[in-house]
Design a protein around this ligand. Structure first.
Ligand SMILES: [Zn+2]
Ligand SMILES: [Zn+2]
Ligand SMILES: [Zn+2]
Length: 209
């Protein structure tokens, strides 16, 4: 089915069985029409036959999708490209302990911190859909204490985006094994400029077992 913007008519019925000949003929017509009257978005981008759906028809804003994790953009850049942007809802939390006051050392955090509404250090000033505040659960506090882990100073959305930042990109690089004398080459998610030492599978296993 193709719905033309200008002609407002649909020349292909869904849920109807077409014969092979009819289908081939209609397909040609649809392709011709999509090339003749392509969809033009607000920014003037032209979408002919063969293009993916226009971004502006998406029901999701750019920063609500995986796109923001893989190709992060600021609000200004996203809007410049014609992508929609979702403003986080204003929550107006009554923060009782701003991020700066959260104890650095887990030993200095007592049970009473469970009652506090903690402020996120990003204060909504980022592109992470920051919720500006968060609370700790009893289980979480016990876990941090048990493992001697400092308390978080970011809300869970911001923590998530900080984690994504250090994750290897969804891209492969062709690299050589860094074990001296090993001739093996392979594809890896670790970019050449990253600081990690990269071994081939064989050298890696010899090293760790
Ligand atoms: Zn946050
Ligand atoms: Zn943030
Ligand atoms: Zn190797």
């Amino acid at each position: 089915m193709y719905w033309s913007q200008k002609e407002r008519k649909c020349n292909f019925e869904l849920n109807r069985v077409y014969s092979k000949e009819e289908f081939i003929k209609l397909r040609e017509e649809i392709i011709k029409q999509m090339k003749k009257i392509p969809y033009v978005d607000k920014k003037g981008n032209v979408y002919e036959y063969g293009e993916f759906y226009p971004t502006e028809l998406s029901t999701w804003a750019y920063n609500e999708t995986l796109a923001q994790e893989i190709f992060p953009l600021s609000k200004e850049k996203a809007e410049k490209n014609g992508y929609s942007w979702c403003e986080p809802a204003v929550k107006n939390f009554d923060i009782t302990m701003p991020a700066e006051k959260i104890p650095d050392n887990i030993d200095n955090a007592g049970e009473e911190i469970l009652k506090e509404i903690l402020g996120c250090a990003h204060k909504g000033d980022c592109d992470h859909q920051c919720s500006t505040a968060f609370r700790l659960t009893d289980y979480e506090l016990k876990f941090y204490k048990k493992h001697d882990i400092p308390l978080p100073i970011l809300c869970s959305n911001c923590r998530y985006y900080e984690r994504v930042k250090v994750m290897p990109a969804l891209k492969l690089w062709h690299r050589k094994c860094m074990k001296s004398g090993c001739p093996n080459e392979f594809e890896t998610a670790y970019a050449p400029e990253r600081p990690e030492i990269i071994y081939c599978e064989k050298c890696y296993q010899q090293e760790v077992y």
